[in-house]
Design a protein around this ligand. Structure first.
Ligand SMILES: C[S@@+](CC[C@H](N)C(=O)[O-])C[C@H]1O[C@@H](n2cnc3c(N)ncnc32)[C@H](O)[C@@H]1O
Length: 313
């Protein structure tokens, strides 16, 4: 499937005021992927320098090729985006003008069957975004205790039939019959009562989401990354985040709400000293993709976009 960057024009427009107010602007692309957003930003803003993060070495290899013509203006780091603090320190960068997060997996990761992200393709149960380290979905499925499996499926997959699925995972372990994405998709299907299978798309979707989140520690990593991104922003700098599932969007929403809220008790006419909010909303609440974009790029359907700006140091 061809890779179409989501909300590309909108992201550029939201970051533009932060980029153009600086003579030598720097933006962090926290989720470089195939470099779609970075390429457009580098083309649009000739003075811009980008620090691009990705935890996936195969994404980095493709991004390097796609960004070849501007490679001297982008520093690509193989790192998790909650390492912003240490990467900036290593690079001797104190503040940046923009941060972009385009969360989740890329079209490439979904399309390459062997990565194990897609329930519709036969593959080993891997699901690691960084295949150079960490434990795979196979190891989670074959080593976690029953209660942990139930918790992961319930919390990360919002799966109502978590108990049935966990019981069947334990049975499959005993018979060595859970070895591929197809085995898992079948197991989930067999764990869900027939009437519940008829609604809400492929029932394996929720289990695959849960495992992916666990394998990559996606929520913990995001929770610790947002404060680092916010503290890296210069006054006038902006952060734009696109989330594709509600658990991630909730983290973004609550982090943004906390820093855009004044510490002054309600009812006072002016902010007390040092209690004014340091960030302000660029977008109130969230935005979705337009119908036209969703038609052209179905991945944009579940996207929620949020953006705030640093108002004070
Ligand atoms: C949706 S894709 C980004 C696509 C990109 N904006 C483009 O236009 O090509 C998300 C990328 O972020 C990476 N990623 C996800 N979580 C990450 C994390 N915690 N740290 C670093 N990279 C991460 C994935 O490996 C994937 O390549």
């Amino acid at each position: 499937m061809q890779h179409i960057p989501v909300a590309l024009e909108r992201c550029i427009a939201l970051l533009a005021p932060a980029i153009t107010r600086s003579e030598s602007p720097i933006v962090i692309d926290a989720t470089l992927g195939l470099g779609g957003h970075s390429k457009a930003l580098l083309t649009q803003f000739p003075q811009l320098r980008i620090i691009g993060f990705d935890r996936d070495l195969s994404a980095i290899a493709i991004a390097q090729q796609n960004l070849e013509s501007d490679i001297d203006r982008i520093t690509i780091v193989h790192a998790i985006y909650n390492e912003i603090d240490s990467v900036l320190e290593d690079l001797g960068i104190a503040k940046v003008d923009g941060v972009l997060f385009d969360l989740g997996v890329s079209s490439m990761q979904l399309d390459v069957a062997e990565r194990g992200f897609a329930y519709s393709q036969e593959a080993p149960l891997d699901m690691r975004m960084d295949q150079s380290k960490g434990i795979s979905a196979f190891e989670v499925l074959h080593s976690y205790q029953r209660n942990d499996l139930i918790r992961i499926l319930r919390v990360y997959g919002e799966e109502k039939f978590a108990k049935n699925i966990a019981e069947n995972i334990l049975k499959a372990r005993a018979t060595n019959s859970l070895n591929s994405t197809k085995d898992l998709a079948e197991l989930v299907k067999d764990s869900i009562p027939a009437p519940a299978r008829r609604t809400g798309g492929n029932p394996a979707k929720r289990t695959f989401q849960a495992l992916r989140i666990e394998v990559n520690q996606e929520l913990e990593v995001l929770e610790s990354a947002i404060p680092q991104a916010l503290s890296a922003l210069a006054v006038g700098g902006r952060i734009v985040v696109m989330a594709y599932q509600s658990l991630e969007d909730k983290i973004v929403k609550s982090s943004f709400t906390a820093v855009t809220t004044s510490g002054t008790p309600r009812g006072l006419p002016v902010d007390l000293p040092n209690s004014a909010a340091k960030f302000g909303f660029v977008i109130r609440g969230s935005e979705s993709a337009t119908d036209a974009e969703i038609l052209a790029n179905p991945r944009a359907q579940s996207m929620r976009l949020r953006a705030i700006e640093r108002l004070a140091a």
